[in-house]
Design a protein around this ligand. Structure first.
Ligand SMILES: [Zn+2]
Length: 167
C-alpha cells in the first residue's frame, strides 16, 4: 500500500493548488489492479490534479489521468492495448442532499460530498475505474490472432475465432 497523499480540501481549492506525478498500477488498491478487464498488472498512471472554485462558488478538483494499459478483449479474450486518457471535474458539495439535487439537474455532473481532506490515491483510483471501458475490443481480432504463437491453441475462443476466419 502507498502512503496516502492527503489533500486539504479548503486550501487546495481556494489557492488553486496542483499536484502531479505518477503511480504504479500495482501500488494502487486491489479493486483497480484486480479488475476483471485488466490483462496485466503492470502499467504506470500519470496524473495531474488541480483545485479551484467555479463560477457558482463551488469548490472542485480537476483530475487528469493518462497511461497505457492492457485490457482483455471481450471478443477474443487476448490482451488489447488501451490508452487511458481521462479528464474529469469533480465538484464538491456541502451535503449529500445538495449533491443529489445538483446531479438530478445535470446528468453529466461528477460530484462528491465535502470532506476536510481527501486521499489523492483514492480519488485517482475512482477515476481509473470509471474510465475503463465496459467492453474493450481489438479493432481487428483476426489480425492479432494470426500474428501470435499457438500457445493459446487450447483456448476454445481462439479456435472459434480461427474457424470463423477460415484459418
Ligand atoms: Zn480481440
Amino acid at each position: 500500500m502507498l502512503d496516502p497523499i492527503l489533500i486539504d480540501t479548503a486550501t487546495f481549492t481556494r489557492e488553486q493548488q496542483q499536484l502531479s506525478g505518477q503511480l504504479q498500477l500495482q501500488a494502487l488498491d486491489r479493486r483497480v489492479w484486480s479488475h476483471e478487464l485488466l490483462a496485466q498488472r503492470d502499467g504506470v498512471i500519470q496524473y495531474k490534479v488541480s483545485g479551484g472554485i467555479d463560477r457558482w462558488q463551488r469548490p472542485f478538483i480537476d483530475i487528469s489521468i493518462e497511461g497505457e494499459l492492457k485490457l482483455v478483449c471481450q471478443r477474443c479474450l487476448q490482451a488489447v492495448s488501451w490508452t487511458l486518457n481521462d479528464q474529469s471535474r469533480v465538484v464538491i458539495f456541502a451535503s449529500e442532499q445538495l449533491l443529489d439535487e445538483a446531479m438530478a439537474a445535470d446528468e453529466t455532473l461528477e460530484g462528491m460530498v465535502w470532506s476536510a481532506e481527501y486521499n489523492l490515491t483514492a480519488l485517482l483510483e475512482d477515476q481509473i475505474l470509471m474510465a475503463i471501458p465496459v467492453a474493450p475490443r481489438h479493432e481487428d481480432c483476426d489480425h492479432t490472432l494470426a500474428t501470435k504463437t499457438n500457445q493459446d491453441a487450447g483456448n476454445p475462443f481462439v479456435k472459434l475465432a480461427g474457424l470463423k476466419s477460415g484459418h
